[in-house]
Design a protein around this ligand. Sequence first.
Ligand SMILES: [Fe+2]
Length: 333
Amino acid sequence: MSTLRYGRLADVVVRELAEIKPGENVLVIADTGTPDGLAEAYLNAAIVGKAKAVLVIEAERILTDLELPASLAGAIREADVILGLCSGIFSRSEACIAARERGARILLTDPRGMEQYLIDGIVNVDTATMLHNTALLEELIHKGENARITSDNGTDLTMSLAGRPAVTSDGRVVGPGEMDYYPGTQVSFAGVEDTINGKVVIDGSVSTLGVVTQPFTIVMENGKAIGYEGDGLDLDRYKQHIAEQNDPLLAWACHWSFGLNPRAKVSGNIYEDERYFGCLDIGWGSQDPSFGGTLGLSPHHVDVVVLHPKLVIDDVVVLENNRYNTELGFINP
Ligand SMILES: [Fe+2]
């Protein structure tokens, strides 16, 4: 029965999100924590689509465990389409980079704890309206020069985004070498690093730790975290986690992203939380070249979520209280 539950989802992922074609080598990667029936539904959908589909189930890994089993790395290197349904992040592995250079498409999610959102956020969402909002935000960011981000609980940051592209994650991979996370959508930019100043209150979640129950503040100067404010276990765990990675790049904010999926809730799973409608997701550490920033790649990356940001671009309010500005053409759920 569980495979049936995911049948429609798997069909949409295979046919619309990854546009899998007959004869393509499709690798579905699950792990021992993947919900029963989900990976099998993807395998079935790919086989029905006449792809050469293989399902690999690896041991559940933690988010910071970057080392892939050699057999899995080999399978990734040879696949045309890779559908990840697992907890371990492998997108920055050498095997993935090599596969993308060869033109492979990679579509990733971690379904644990968000099985229903995976269905709702793809099958039961108003996709046309979501893409309309996404295109509007992309245009505003693309044209924008200066941003101010505030929140009622103390966030207050300014930065330049002049010359930086808007980077959209629509949860689809249809061109050679594309990689994305899903369900979409999210629009991001990299603030010009040495112009980012102020403080940000983290009250949503942390990718590597889950839901935040005791909000804490990160103080920023010229793009870099220079201190923390607050007390409580969440801040202790966050500081400990950053220290354990021993990567200076994690002090730098590498992307500023806004969620646009009205079916996302705050579950503690970053794949859902960062798409929460009208939230801000800040990335730290490894920066994809598509952002046009100055930080570069590293093995480490952490995302943190601010639930109710106000975004002002060039003195125009774009977002407030999880509602995008309807006067600019946005359609709220
Ligand atoms: Fe991120």
